[in-house]
Design a protein around this ligand. Sequence first.
Ligand code: PMP
Length: 401
Amino acid sequence: MPADPAPPPPRDAPRADAAPPDLGAAFDWLDAAHNARLHAGLRRTLRPRSASCELLDLASNDYLGLARHPLVTRAAAQAAHRWGAGSTGSRLVTGSTELHATLEAELAAFCGFEAALVLSSGYAANLAAVTALTGPGTLVVSDAQNHASLIDGCRLSRAGKAVVAHADPAAVDAALSAHGGRALTVTDAVFSVDGDAAPLPALAAACRRHGAGLLVDDAHGLGVLGDGGRGTLAAAGLAGAPDTVATVTLSKSLGSQGGAVLGPARVIDHLVNTARTFIFDTGLAPAAAGAALAALRLLRREPERAARTREVAAALHHRLTAAGLAAVRPDAAVVAVRAPSPDAAVRWAADCRAAGLLVGCFRPPSVPDGVSRVRLTARADLTDTQLRAAVRILTGTAPRG
Ligand code: PMP
């Protein structure tokens, strides 16, 4: 039988010798944005930490020094062996283990709330809490310096928004008064950039005058503020109040990963049923839940870690100010030091790194006021010798003028 003739090429098929289409052209527009960042000195790049070159760390959020504590890392490994590397599904399907339930119960009890719900990050916890507790026709009142995750929660919520001046209870009162209907005020407890604390009692009073709920992100307060590190809300006498909800991260003082919402049981039940970043997200990995639970238990046994972190922050601030640097007085573990320009902040952080000290560098667009900073975090496990070395490097490399 004769072979079938080859089918004719489709009429508009490219000729074999034609130049291939430039598929990269779809993203050519990125080059202008890249060049603009480069010229403004604002380009960010990743710098992986090396396991073999240990720098003195004043940049991480490991406030209590628990991320590498043997009891915490062992608990992570044991949880992975017992429950698997991943949680295998949404919390509502297969992703809830007894470990998650124990962590929720102990976290709620420690911080003084009726119930808790663990999510895969603090970011997801904030999106969950804001979107589940607001919506079209309600008002969300948000501090101008709130963390990006609260801001994104407000954007996703489709609620009316009032962004009010930083740490200004009178502005919150006025916004709630002008609205008159159902409302939620959202604020960081400790602000990430300057490390200053929100005026929680006055904010709560303003909310109560108008029957509004209060949502406080205690990412930087848990483990550092309050009796034994029970958090900023416990310190302010607001933990467990029926009109108050808190979010926390498990990734800072607890040295792990994940986040949680803490509040009245009916709020937590509502989140389980409606919060999209809870329902449509895979449950927190068992290793992260196990590590966070071990860290929480350690903190309960060693409450002095919280006070030590605050002492280290105060000592850092005192020594840097005495050396003439523009350090902001810290309310928790974060100590911000202002730099004259983004370039100066980047150079300062790079010079510190070259001298063996790891510090954070915050600059636009991550700072609310356009002022660049070198950002330091106090850790409970920093020795006095390390503290002195850090201050020596910071002052020796500080921008002049
Ligand atoms: N809120 C604040 C105030 C934070 O600083 C952070 C972490 N940068 C988050 C929320 C997000 O927490 P996570 O890293 O667990 O997503």
